[in-house]
Design a protein around this ligand. Structure first.
Ligand code: NAP
Length: 294
């Protein structure tokens, strides 16, 4: 029988821990952590993500500011806005909600964020520090997955892990974190992508599979060995006539088929998703305490 990894409950518990710490810090005279988000344009999904980050900030007692900018803003003007937040001592962390409109170079904007305030962990300085094992802001989704593995006492040391997907924000950092020489790494990691032949053979050997490719119900039972741990990162919005909204969310794993073979598995929704926001809150708290860049 598999155990369900409950990201919703875990994230709620972590939010309470953060809220408690903030209360204590403020009582001792520290400033209230403050997260700023830049939102360009009116993309529905981006609006939802930013609203949910704002709500989470208020749940844990952080201040938050959203800078709403029109989608015809020039790259130069956006860079100026980023610089203004960089120089604002009242703001600890800054995220720029992606994707940005096509006329703006995303990488240039990411690199304009001061590494000390880059709580998304996308700046090359933070990525580089993470790779060589220095304190760094770690990308929120892989950090959230590591936290789930820790809280469910899932051993990674000596295990064979397969990560499917090599994006800069999920797959690549995940593969590096799992292979780090530390308590929550020490795994032998295989990073797969769309050019990986015989994927089924590779995943079929894995003790831990992280599916982060964005293909609904891609991972099937015949790709997973008995007793594996399966972490489903994917979120695909699929039309459905069975829900009130007309949409349903599907992960990268065919849950009903795969779960019976697993020792642990995350659901979608309610698995990795809620942990991503919590990691962002944690990074913001670290930024306000100046714990990464002393
Ligand atoms: P991405 O940038 O689109 O990257 C997808 C990766 O999957 C690429 O490396 C791609 O290979 C690989 N891939 C695609 N099809 C494949 C196949 N058939 N076999 C093997 N590999 C394949 O995706 P992402 O931003 O990492 O996101 C992945 C999924 O996670 C999406 O559904 C996204 O919505 C979700 N997500 C969830 C959260 C959360 O909080 N739960 C956070 C972030 C993302 P190539 O490199 O060869 O193209």
């Amino acid at each position: 029988m598999y155990e369900l990894i409950d990201g919703k409950a875990t994230s709620a518990a972590i939010k309470e821990e953060i809220a408690e710490e903030v209360k204590q810090l403020v009582k001792e005279g520290a400033k209230t952590p403050h997260l700023a988000a830049i939102l360009v344009g009116h993309d529905g999904a981006s609006e939802t993500y930013v609203a949910s980050k704002e709500k989470s900030c208020s749940q844990v007692g952080f201040n938050s500011t959203v800078l709403r900018l029109e989608d015809d803003i020039t790259e130069a003007d956006l860079l100026e806005k980023v610089e203004a937040v960089n120089n604002d001592p009242g703001i600890d962390g800054l995220i720029v909600q992606l994707p940005l409109p096509a006329h703006i170079n995303e990488q240039k904007i990411i690199e304009a964020i001061k590494p000390e305030k880059d709580v998304d962990g996308f700046h090359p300085v933070n990525v580089g520090r993470m790779v060589i094992g220095l304190p760094a802001f770690v990308s929120a989704t892989p950090a959230g997955i590591l936290e789930l593995l820790k809280r469910y006492n899932i051993e990674t040391s000596g295990k064979s892990c397969v990560v499917i997907g090599r994006s800069n924000i999920v797959g690549k950092p995940m593969s590096i974190l799992l292979s780090q020489k530390n308590d929550f790494g020490n795994a032998t990691v295989t990073l797969c992508h769309s050019r990986t032949p015989n994927l089924k053979e590779v995943t079929g050997q894995a003790d831990i599979i992280i599916a982060a490719l964005g293909r609904a119900e891609f991972l099937r039972a015949d790709m997973v060995k008995e007793g594996a741990v399966v972490i489903d990162v994917g979120i695909s919005r699929i039309r459905s006539d069975k829900t009130k909204s007309g949409w349903k969310l599907l992960g990268d794993v065919k849950f009903d088929e795969v779960a019976p073979k697993c020792s642990f598995i995350t659901p979608v929704p309610g698995g990795v998703g809620p942990m991503t926001i919590v990691s962002l809150l944690r990074n913001t708290l670290l930024a306000s305490k100046r714990e990464i860049y002393k």
